[in-house]
Design a protein around this ligand. Sequence first.
Ligand SMILES: Cc1cc2nc3c(=O)[nH]c(=O)nc-3n(C[C@H](O)[C@H](O)[C@H](O)COP(=O)(O)OP(=O)(O)OC[C@H]3O[C@@H](n4cnc5c(N)ncnc54)[C@H](O)[C@@H]3O)c2cc1C
Length: 383
Amino acid sequence: MKALQYDVIVVGGGLVGASLALALDRAGKRVALLEGRPPRLEGLDQGWDARIYAVSPANRRFLESLDAWPGAERLGAIEAMDVRGDAGGRIQFAASDAGEPALAWIAENRWLLAALWRRLAASGVDCLPGLKPQALSADALGAALTLDDGRRLSAALLVGADGANSWVREQAGLDASVKPYGQSGVVANFDCERPHGGVARQWFTGDSILAWLPMAGNRISMVWSTSDPARLLELPPEQLAETVAAAGGQALGELAVITPAAAFPLRLIQPERVAAERVVLVGDAAHTVHPLAGQGVNLGFQDAAQLAALLAGERDAGDWMLLRRYERQRREAVKTMQLGCDGLFQLFQAKAPGLPWLRNTGLNLTNCLKPLKRQFARQAIGY
Ligand SMILES: Cc1cc2nc3c(=O)[nH]c(=O)nc-3n(C[C@H](O)[C@H](O)[C@H](O)COP(=O)(O)OP(=O)(O)OC[C@H]3O[C@@H](n4cnc5c(N)ncnc54)[C@H](O)[C@@H]3O)c2cc1C
């Protein structure tokens, strides 16, 4: 059977792969998108998704440029942050410190995915849902995939957007160091008694990190990074709500569970390289970070936006110099985020004498320094 020929094959149609496929289609590339588990597009308004993202304003603009930004009815906005340490430290900053309406926009995973996949259905991208690759080969001339239904695809470039356990990364021999944090992120959504006021709240408790993110209406989404997820997952809904409300000092009064709790293992994944001959990685396939700054998907959207911009107008999408340029371009942003999140995680885990005082005093001092707070706000926004 003759291979189907594309400019780019994207493996993985999660948020990052789907947005990249759309952006490349807009840039006039012939694109195939393989997704093992395509998202459901119907019944989105039934219930709430426990998996939510804090999408930066820069990435909102990227998704809007693809006409794939979900409708306002289910969006929350983080207008301010209130972060507390484990011994009285506190820092607060607001989007207005940087002259913006929001530090980030809170959107549910399935609404974002549905917005992207609806656009894909109306685009020139060849979507191959439900199919998985069986074999990958690449040489100086191009990359080829054999699918589980026997079909063969070939392209100038193959992109691995297949998540943290990337099959493409392994097949391309792009070794990655994987460091488990020994924690899981437990997520659940709640109705709250008192208005959240658009404030994202975070508590570093020493052995866990609890975050409450403001959703549409008077709801919050929790991400609790903890080494004992079973303790939370086993609780009946009322007790889970009481435990979470108490851990946040009843800052929003009583809570009521609206989605059952789920947990995800937390790992730091750092491949040495994200480009090989005719193959490149994006999103969680290329990096993961601790969710304490909520930046995982933001890094991934920027991978997609910058890769698409680099390839636009280029005749050979898999040209080695282009792939090297992409790798260099992304390295600094990814390393900075990984180091920042990892450093903060280690700082608040450390038990050495004097450290709790030091880290909490650091937070309080920073809270008094307006220019530094402005800088925090600008970084959160993604300047
Ligand atoms: C607890 C927790 C909370 C988080 N909170 C945030 C947050 O607030 N903000 C934020 O920005 N990020 C957050 N993240 C990170 C975020 O979930 C990821 O960064 C993001 O989902 C990565 O998107 P992706 O498209 O790269 O990968 P994925 O979402 O993993 O998508 C990969 C896709 O590839 C498909 N696939 C895999 N293998 C194959 C194959 N062989 N063939 C075909 N298809 C395949 C899968 O079905 C999937 O659809 C959080 C993560 C965790 C664990």
